[in-house]
Design a protein around this ligand. Structure first.
Ligand SMILES: [Zn+2]
Length: 90
């Protein structure tokens, strides 16, 4: 992924829609976006401090979860809760 600071705003961006951007945060963090969509998303999110902050919080949380998962033997119920969250069942 390109550093967020290197993305220039693109003139063809649609009007900013916080709800739509925040839905896309999860796709972006899960790597389910095409390269082009990702560029558009990152340019769009930089226009709005609210969305950018949301993205950064979710990104930190995802890293936190990954570190927890990679540690040996977290409590079983924690693993189940994380798995539920990752499967969208939370
Ligand atoms: Zn926004």
């Amino acid at each position: 992924m390109e550093p967020i600071t290197d993305i220039q705003p693109m003139p063809e961006l649609p009007p900013h829609n916080c709800r739509k951007v925040i839905e896309n945060v999860y796709l972006a963090l899960d790597g389910e976006m095409s390269h082009q969509d990702m560029r558009t998303f990152l340019a769009d999110i930089r226009r709005c401090s609210h969305c950018l902050e949301h993205y950064q919080v979710e990104e930190s949380f995802k890293h936190f979860l990954q570190q927890r998962i990679e540690r040996k033997c977290p409590p079983q119920d924690l693993k189940d809760r994380i798995r539920s969250r990752l499967n969208g069942e939370a």
